[in-house]
Design a protein around this ligand. Sequence first.
Ligand code: UDP
Ligand code: MG
Length: 308
Amino acid sequence: MKKLSIVVPCYNEEEMIPLYYPATQKVVEQMDVEVEYWFINDGSSDGTLDELRKLHQQHPNVHYISFSRNFGKEAALYAGLKAATGDYIVDMDVDLQDPPAFLPEMYNLLETGNWDCIGTRRVDRKGEAKFKSFLSDMFYKFINQISNTQILPGVRDYRMMTKQMVNAVLEMKEYSRFSKGIFSWVGFRTKYLDYHNVERAAGESDWTTWKLFKYAFDGIADFSQFPLSIAVWIGSTSFVLAIIGLIAVIVRKIINPAAAVFGWASLVSIILLIGGLQLLCIGIIGRYIGKIFLQVKNRPIYIIQEKK
Ligand code: UDP
Ligand code: MG
């Protein structure tokens, strides 16, 4: 019999855990597999850890890892994938936005041996703010334009993978972890199942628009060097314009030696414009250097306080 590991990152989810476990267990019981759960308590400040301890006492196949503080979902996912011992490993959100009903289909598809990973895609974003959906559409268009790592719009982290693919993901030890990009980068044969958006069953998502922006920039910077070449383009364009301007000034002086000097208003605007663009480019380079700095320090991706 095959073994299935279910990895579930949890951050302040005390309400959701008692709903999630029975809902998932109901589906899993119908399947012909041995199951283990790995819940990751990502430094929650509510009763999440107590809920997990309770579950672990009642069910020996439920394990948990508790972090010393909040390290973010990507870190939690990494810890869970590392701890999982199954032949197949699935990553799910605890808020039931990843419908457990997909598990048997994912499992059967992997069993055919034609795929290494069965992912899921939301085909709509019902119940989500229009502005956020718009921004995220723009993000996918942009990143697919500039990066060699292609990311399908609406892809969720909810996916079932073979141990082989998970090992490849674990090989990527980068500090700044953009999972959507990492799953795509490692390759393997992936099939996506489409479904309609499900709203959170309880609690709330802590994704503000600002956080999404940061996430988008991290994704772009982690999987593309395009922003770095912006400086090259702006620099070469303004260089060419400056040469043309210089020639124009000299020619004008030769033709009409009495001509007045051009106004200073345009000069000030140009200086401000160029200054602004220079700072922008330095900022972009700075963000990349920041990433290098974090990576070079080689700090652990997470710190475990308790593991059962
Ligand atoms: N999560 C986490 N650490 C965090 C934030 C979220 O482990 O710092 C977990 C959270 O408990 C949930 C999953 O990641 O199981 C997805 O979070 P959320 O529902 O807030 O994101 P969304 O579904 O809106 O993308
Ligand atoms: Mg959610």
